[in-house]
Design a protein around this ligand. Structure first.
Ligand code: AVI
Length: 320
């Protein structure tokens, strides 16, 4: 299995190819997975604590408020699996509730980052001595393959609104693969952000402290660090737009002037018009219909949705 360093370093063939393709395209684009090197992951942690970025704390509130109901609905004797677990900080709420229902429990956090999983192990070991934690270092494909080797009645957590960063057809592809590894009685818990007013969405993706802008620009900083490119970060600005018809937030880096950039490791000369954009991310905001539809198309049935009072965020339990 590839180590996180291999997976995260741009100057590997697959990543470099994606960067080359994206920067050669019209309009230009870069893959959002480039956000998450060490600096970007730290910036994302800061985003989750911003007053404008309601997603993380709202999902945590829902999990805290409804942990009992969620586990009741999911069924008895559960093994928890979490896709893209990171440090599993929100999962503690469910684990605590689970351990009140069953004396022993198994938790399989799956993530590309060994250091995040080590941190999860440390924290969970301290907090829950009777929990057995079996971390799996894997990306989505490897993680989903690992799912089929886990026995017992599974509750697969796919929380944190990560599904929103995939195009809907890719989201269906991922969920369908998850579905194929599950058996009768297993369930999926999906956390997704609801579509809402741009008055709430725009500041969440363009905060007043400029942390999201720094997170976005870190992609260019990475190209400078890892591909020896000469992007002038001061000549790009962070742009966040609400695309109502596609129900998604769109994130761009916009060139503030006509400029040329050289990427030596790819032997690429780039030129930018004033206001030309690089598309770096979509973050889909789901309606109830969209949630039902991606779950149905991937072979799940929606059993129940829990949300906050304002219906800003939803946690959905789906059965096979
Ligand atoms: C990781 N993901 C759910 C975040 C989101 O809200 O789409 C990534 C992010 N991009 C800008 N801010 C946060």
């Amino acid at each position: 299995m590839a180590t996180s360093k291999q997976l995260q370093f741009i100057a590997t063939d697959a990543m470099a190819l994606e960067v080359r393709e994206g920067l050669s395209a019209t309009p230009k684009r870069l893959p959002a997975k480039l956000f998450y090197d060490e600096i970007g992951s730290e910036l994302f942690e800061q985003i989750t604590e911003l007053p404008e970025y309601y997603l993380t704390r709202t999902e945590r509130y829902i999990l805290e408020r409804f942990a009992g109901e969620i586990l009741q609905q999911a069924g008895p004797s559960l093994t928890l699996v979490e896709l893209g677990a990171g440090t599993a900080s929100k999962t503690c709420v469910l684990i605590e509730e689970l351990l009140q229902r069953q004396s022993r429990a198994l938790f399989y956090p799956i993530d590309v980052s060994p250091s995040a999983l080590e941190e999860a192990m440390r924290q969970l070991g301290r907090q829950f001595p009777s929990l057995r934690v079996n971390p799996i270092v894997a990306d989505y494909t490897g993680g989903v393959a690992a799912l089929s080797r886990i026995s017992g009645r599974k509750l697969v957590l796919y929380i944190g609104s990560s599904i929103g960063n995939f195009e809907p057809q890719d989201a269906v592809r991922i969920l369908r693969r998850v579905r194929q590894t599950l058996r009768a009685g297993d369930a999926l818990l999906l956390g997704a952000d609801f579509a809402k007013s741009p008055k709430i969405l725009l500041p969440a993706y363009d905060d007043s402290q400029g942390i999201t802008a720094a997170f976005n620009k870190n992609i260019l900083a990475r190209l400078n660090r890892e591909l020896d490119a000469d992007f002038d970060l001061d000549r790009f600005r962070h742009v966040a737009l609400w695309n109502r018809s596609d129900s998604r937030m769109e994130i761009y880096l916009e060139s503030t002037a006509a400029q040329a950039v050289f990427v030596p490791a790819l032997d690429m000369d780039l030129s930018f018009e004033p206001r030309e954009r690089i598309h770096t991310e979509n973050s889909y905001k789901y309606t109830d219909e969209m949630i039902e539809s991606i779950l149905r198309l991937s072979g799940f049935t929606l059993a129940q949705t829990w949300c906050d009072r304002k219906r800003w965020f939803g946690v959905h339990l789906a059965r096979v």
